[in-house]
Design a protein around this ligand. Structure first.
Ligand code: HEM
Length: 458
């Protein structure tokens, strides 16, 4: 049987393109090689990328024992530790997913809705008429506060402020393209003193760990089952064998949730604000829909608004924050997309390429939320959160948070885009973010039009 076509450019050149301009590079590859191609990156690995929904369905519906992903995520180990969901496979991965999933769904998730609106309200209050501000740091501040409060129940105090400060430094560090590139050059990760990139990073992680372990210890000592944060739920969680999580497991999973849940949501929100404010029709429709809920909107009704949902989906389609899903390592020989793969082959659903197929999404570079009202996409055609047993555990939470933050901002503020240059997607760590932070200008506050969501639900 045939092998997938192989990208013929030199592997080192491929690696540089992958680091510097992954989206342009992937688009050029798919134009030349089609739905499935193999790509050699330096001497690091050969990836097989897929953008055909049928092939993606084969990957996502395979038995969980067919593919591993955790052992392909070794580059995250120095930050997340050995017990992170992202680094686990097999039974341990299943066990941790069972422990971590419940807080991110249903009633437990909805308990965070007021918190999300309050944090957003407080942020918008600092914006002044006729002044410009940068959306990305504002959205990062919101999503960091949401995740810290939802995960730890931490709202104030010296430890909360210090943890916030150190996490921001760490996330800024990991999102640079240089730091991402060091993943391919292990020498740069070594601890060569506190001024070397590796040494600086290790010290930073140690300083964050001190705070995480101190919080875990305090919370074990003064365990309060009535708290609704995720740490409390994890402290009381038991797996099928009745075993609780150890301190090390808790530390690694808390760090995983903080890292995976913060930058991703902030970036998606920045993109959404960009699209809404660069397309007057989109903004007008959205504001009309939000205002139709009246003065006392029910927060759950906001989450069900069809146009708001379509705007969020289209935001995650056009520049999916994660442009590829996690690597799937074949555990046994398999056939995907009509090609045979040996054991240990690396298969990757290419989210960005699938979202840009003109047969699924006509004029794929146009931001058109209506496409999500006109048609229902399968989980193999629209996959911003990946799929299968590796699907993002924060997907429902992230979408819920996006909707509530956007609703709060648009009901409270009339904003305009203040960017002078076109905005383009660039790599920030493992995410795809706007190259500018998205500069916005506050035209006026809309307090009289839309009473505060906080008051409305009180
Ligand atoms: C807009 C926001 C987000 C996007 C676009 C996003 C996207 C993704 C994607 C594409 C994956 C890989 C799925 C796969 O390989 O099939 C993933 C995995 C993951 N995400 Fe998210 N994510 C977001 C927010 C969050 C949040 C809020 C959390 C938690 C608080 C979170 C936690 C995780 C975890 C723990 C995994 C690993 C799952 C596993 O390996 O079992 N993410 N995410």
């Amino acid at each position: 049987m045939n092998q997938p076509p192989a990208v013929t450019t030199p592997p080192l050149w491929n690696l540089l393109q992958w680091i510097i301009q992954p989206l342009d590079f992937l688009e050029r590859c798919t134009a030349r090689y089609g739905d499935c191609f193999s790509l050699k990156l330096g001497n690091v690995a050969t990836f097989n990328l897929f953008s055909d929904p049928q092939a993606i369905e084969q990957i996502f519906t395979a038995s969980p024992t067919q593919f591993d992903s955790g052992r392909a995520n070794g580059i995250l180990r120095r930050m997340l530790g050995d017990n992170s969901l992202l680094l686990l496979d097999g039974q341990r991965h299943k066990r941790h997913r069972q422990l971590l999933m419940p807080p991110f769904h249903g009633e437990r998730m909805r308990a965070y809705s007021e918190l999300i609106c309050q944090i957003t309200e407080a942020t918008t209050q600092a914006w002044q008429p006729n002044q410009t501000f940068v959306a990305r740091p504002a959205m990062q501040e919101i999503s960091l506060q949401v995740i810290l409060q939802a995960v730890f129940g931490l709202t104030e105090g010296a430890r909360y402020e210090e943890l916030k400060r150190r996490l921001k430094v760490m996330l800024e560090f990991t999102s640079s393209r240089f730091t991402f590139a060091t993943n391919f050059f292990p020498i740069l990760q070594r601890d060569l003193g506190e001024w070397s990139p590796g040494g600086r990073f290790i010290r930073l992680i140690q300083s964050i760990d001190e705070l995480l372990y101190a919080e875990i210890a305090d919370r074990r000592q003064q365990f309060d089952p009535n708290r609704s944060d995720i740490l409390t739920l994890l402290l009381s969680a038991r797996d099928e064998a009745g075993e609780p999580m150890s301190d090390l497991e808790l530390r690694d999973e808390l760090m995983t949730l903080l890292v995976a849940g913060h930058e991703t949501t902030a970036t998606a929100l920045s993109w959404a604000l960009y699209w809404i404010h660069s397309l007057p029709d989109v903004k007008a429709k959205l504001v009309e829909e939000l205002d139709s809920l009246g003065a006392e909107p029910d927060l759950n009704a906001i989450a069900k608004l069809p146009y708001l949902n379509a705007v969020c989906c289209e935001t995650l389609r056009i520049y999916p924050v994660g442009f590829i899903a996690q690597i799937r390592i074949a555990q046994t020989p398999c056939e995907v997309g009509g090609y045979p793969f040996k054991r240990d082959s690396l298969l990757i659903p290419a989210i960005y390429l699938t979202h840009h197929r003109p047969d699924l999404y006509p004029e794929p570079n146009q931001f058109r939320p209506e496409r999500f009202l006109e048609r229902q996409y399968t989980p193999y055609e629209f996959l911003p959160f990946g799929g299968s047993n590796r699907r993002c555990i924060g997907a429902a939470f992230a979408l819920f948070e996006m909707k509530l933050v956007l609703a709060t901002v648009l009901r409270r503020c009339d904003l305009a885009l203040a960017e002078s240059c076109p905005v383009a997607p660039v790599r920030r760590g493992v995410t795809i973010a706007p190259n500018s932070g998205i500069r916005l200008k506050l035209i006026s506050k809309r307090s009289e039009v839309a009473p505060s969501l906080e008051t409305a639900t009180a």
